[in-house]
Design a binder for this molecule. Sequence first.
Ligand code: ATP
Ligand code: ZN
Length: 283
Amino acid sequence: MKTLKIAIQKSGRLNEKSVELLKNCGLNFENYKSSLISPVSNFPLEILFLRDDDIPEYVQDGIADLGIVGENVIEETEVEVTYLQRLGFGKCSLKIAVPNNNTITELNQLNGRSIATTYPVILGKYLKKQGIQSDIRTISGSVEISPGLGLADAICDLVSTGGTLKSNGLIPFADVMSSEAVLICNKSNSESDLIQELVQRIQSVLRAKETKYVVLNVHRDNLQAIIALLPGVKSPSVVPLAEDNWVAVHTVIPERDFWDRISQLKQAGAQGIVVMPIEKIIL
Ligand code: ATP
Ligand code: ZN
């Protein structure tokens, strides 16, 4: 059987979450910081640890079959790859920011100004679409200090919390793109059975992350009211308790409306509510 290769970031913001996701898929591998390649002992897969900038091209050229990388890097390298799954981590946005003592408040004031960035391709396309002509200064790092050094009037850089911008006296001014980590594969093999199997494992882990397993006790008189509040995967399981007329209800609740649901359930008569994480949900 063919062994697949998946490229993930060797070290940096996406490394830990990428390793965690693969491990949660039941894949067994050593995560030595020094190795470039690590075989998976219980699935025909090898893990390549690379710089994130190299991942899209490795996947496009078929050196790796799959990759986990930020959408920003894929857009910037302009590769042809297939998107398989958004992964929900590494969320950030590419923003244009200006010094907070600046008078620039509208995009067209960037005409004729200079913008420092490590994302010249994405920024160039964005400015073109907006009909703005700026001087794009491509630099390889520490973009946020360039206005202070007199290198550029504005910057275009990745932001997650905005703390780095703030501490450098910059304020975000325009959103160029938002990004998160995604699973990609080579264009020619998205139909492969092994890749489909891996995607299904990843999806079951992601689904589980979005939901909690909830067990609660309720008097039979209040059971219908409780069931009406539960979305569940299908209908909830109802198990009789030793005490007459009391039952335990087992169900799953989406994380996003968790706190709302819990207080509604309590009001409807739920007691002894136990909430547990879910490892996988296989549909
Ligand atoms: P490498 O050594 O692999 O080239 P890097 O320094 O280019 O690493 P990181 O800073 O580790 O890259 O960021 C990797 C990815 O994490 C980014 O491409 C982006 O998709 C995502 N990311 C999430 N939040 C941020 C942020 N605040 N700043 C930069 N990248 C972020
Ligand atoms: Zn990089």
